[in-house]
Design a protein around this ligand. Structure first.
Ligand SMILES: [Zn+2]
Length: 428
């Protein structure tokens, strides 16, 4: 992981030592605007930011607002910051070679910080942590909120709620086991006490655990209904890990908010219709199936690798079936290294989505998945989480994979990544 970070890092736009503050008005002119509302991209757009919020979206021909910093984007593409709905913010330290110095126990937290700063530089301004060790994601969420380090906004689940299951042996403090409706309700309450923003549940087994079967549900309908009722009554959303049809059915029937993976859904048009009708969002995580079957196949038992190959084919079929059914699709990378999140969008396009649909998934689709109304589009009253790219990702989605393409990334109106010299000249 360290090698991956430094390999990307040296080509990365430098961070500003003291970034321009979010306060004051900034006027971005001559943008090719992808606004995330579903509209076609338009040229010569102009966007006015005030104290970190978008206050006006118009055309470059409009009167220039007085007293604003003016930045001429010269036809570059302006789009909402990206949201990755399926991140395991683990920040695992790299393996140490024999004879080399050991990584100290507290160091992995710093890796996590570095990894999330990297994601931010690639335009990922919000992530949903779907399970990490101990309370790391919550701790980092607070540090970012306090301005102690730069990173995307984090929505954290605390521990993943799981039935007593083999996966908990492997994933240790990432899980909290509970069985029966009342234990499950208490487990939901435990996560909220911990500081969770939403609840993540294992509706079924995981593809990466040899002794789990991803096909059937692990929780009974009674348990899943108790979990969803507890979470929704207390005002938080539910994300369900669900691969096989049994797992997806118990989750959708109980009314979860997002289905993670959901690769089997192409086999059930009825469940897809239910999801579309109830606004349940699908997070297809195509990349994870490439991981287990290709990128990191050497870390898995042959049976799991073969299973992942089948699942990968199914996941692509489900992507198309979900679009046809009108299910909202969101971006969830569930892979690494951080910063390469947009590879998930490249795969969506390879799988048959248009670049416009893939970008929609990564912006408003993901905002819907997370229940966020202040990000995901470039409209008045939205937070100024914005990305400026040199080229047009609607023509070539892989532009989002190339660090040199990122002219600017703004979070809450503050420039957090980009090319400082050019920008500072224009800010004068
Ligand atoms: Zn996951």
């Amino acid at each position: 992981m360290l090698n991956e970070v430094s390999a990307l890092g040296h080509r990365m736009p430098a961070m500003l030592a003291s970034p321009p503050a979010a306060s004051g008005r900034t006027y971005l002119m001559n943008a090719r605007l992808f606004d995330g509302t579903g509209a076609d991209a338009r040229d010569r757009a102009a966007v006015l930011l005030d104290d970190g919020v978008i206050v006006r979206v118009g055309a470059s021909a409009d009167a220039v607002p007085e007293g604003a910093h003016i930045i001429d984007l010269a036809g570059r593409t302006l789009l909402p910051g990206l949201t990755d709905c399926h991140v395991h913010a683990k920040g695992k330290a790299p393996r140490v070679d024999k004879g080399a110095e050991e990584i100290l126990p507290a160091t992995p937290g710093h890796f996590l910080q570095a990894l999330l700063r990297q994601a931010l530089r690639f335009g990922v301004t919000t992530i949903r942590d779907v399970g990490s060790y101990d309370d790391n994601a919550i701790i980092l969420r607070e540090a970012i909120k306090l301005g102690l380090t730069d990173g995307p906004d984090i929505l954290a689940c605390g521990r993943i709620v799981s039935a007593t299951a083999p996966g908990a042996v492997l994933f240790k403090s990432m899980y909290e086991e509970a069985d029966g409706p009342w234990q499950i309700r208490q487990c939901v309450r435990n996560q909220l006490r911990r500081g969770a923003d939403y609840i993540k549940v294992m509706a079924g087994g995981a593809r990466s655990v040899l002794r789990e079967n991803p096909e059937p549900a692990q929780l009974t309908p009674e348990e899943m209904e108790a979990l969803v009722d507890e979470a929704h009554r207390l005002g938080v959303r539910v994300a369900a890990h669900a691969e096989g049809l049994g797992a997806v059915k118990v989750a959708v029937d109980a009314g979860v908010d997002t289905v993670e993976h959901g690769l089997s859904l192409h086999r059930s048009p009825e469940l897809l219709d239910h999801m579309a009708g109830r606004g349940i969002v699908l997070v297809p995580t195509l990349s994870t199936f490439h991981d287990v079957s290709e990128r990191i196949a050497d870390r898995f038992e042959p049976h799991l690798v073969e299973q992942a190959k089948r699942q990968k084919d199914e996941a692509y079929r489900t992507l198309i079936a979900a679009r046809a059914a009108g299910v909202v699709i969101a971006m969830g990378f569930d892979s690494g290294p951080p910063g390469s999140d947009a590879l998930e969008l490249v795969r969506m396009v390879e799988g048959g989505l248009t670049a416009h649909e893939a970008l929609t998934a990564a912006t408003i689709g993901s905002a819907r998945a997370l229940g966020l109304t202040d990000v995901g589009t470039v409209e008045s009253d939205r937070r100024a989480d914005l990305v400026v790219l040199d080229s047009n990702p609607l023509d070539d989605i892989t532009a989002l994979m190339r660090p040199a393409e990122f002219d600017m990334v703004l979070k809450g109106g503050r420039v957090v990544a980009g090319d400082p010299p050019r920008r500072l000249v224009q800010l004068k």
